[in-house]
Design a protein. Structure first.
Length: 170
């Protein structure tokens, strides 16, 4: 075929391709979290995760327990997006001190677990302890997933990639 004869088929194919690549109104974002599922008690799926439980109330208050910390932390929550929640912790000087001690012990616990049974991933596991703050924050935003089905589940993910999974207590 001569170059002149190829122009029309190439132009048609190019036009079809470009129209197919045009803007789409289809969103690829995950669906918004079902906010009705948040209220109530949640317990950690893993006994070794930092956050052991949450209880969210309809009045926008919450209570959380941390790994080996005696007193629960309280605060308020607000929805900051379709799949994000902001927790504002009400921390006393005593709870800040206890939180700092708990986080230091937890970071060491991760390092000890990595040494004891981390295998080929021991270094990465030990280094992950650096993702935990030195102390409790006054305010923290989390990505949240709330799922229902045979078992309800809640996932919280921090901006540092820390992820915690919860289930409803039995």
């Amino acid at each position: 075929m001569s170059p002149k004869r190829l122009r029309l088929p190439v132009a048609i194919v190019l036009a079809l391709f470009l129209s197919a690549c045009g803007g789409s109104n289809v969103s690829h974002a995950p669906p918004a979290a079902n906010r009705d599922l948040l209220a109530g008690k949640w317990q950690a799926r893993e006994k070794e995760q930092l956050f052991q439980s949450f209880e969210f109330k309809d009045d926008k208050s919450f209570q959380a327990t941390l790994w080996q910390m005696q007193e629960p932390i309280t605060g308020t929550y607000t929805w900051s997006g379709d799949n994000s929640i902001t927790l504002e912790y009400k921390l006393t000087d005593e709870s800040k001190k206890a939180g700092k001690e708990t986080l230091a012990a937890y970071r060491q616990h991760i390092k000890d677990r990595a040494k004891a049974g981390g295998g080929q991933y021991a270094e990465q596991i030990a280094n992950s302890s650096a993702n935990f703050e030195d102390g409790l924050l006054d305010k923290q935003e989390w990505r949240i997933g709330l799922f229902e089905g045979a078992h309800e589940e809640m996932n919280l993910k921090s901006n540092k990639g820390l992820e915690f999974t919860f289930k409803r207590p039995n």
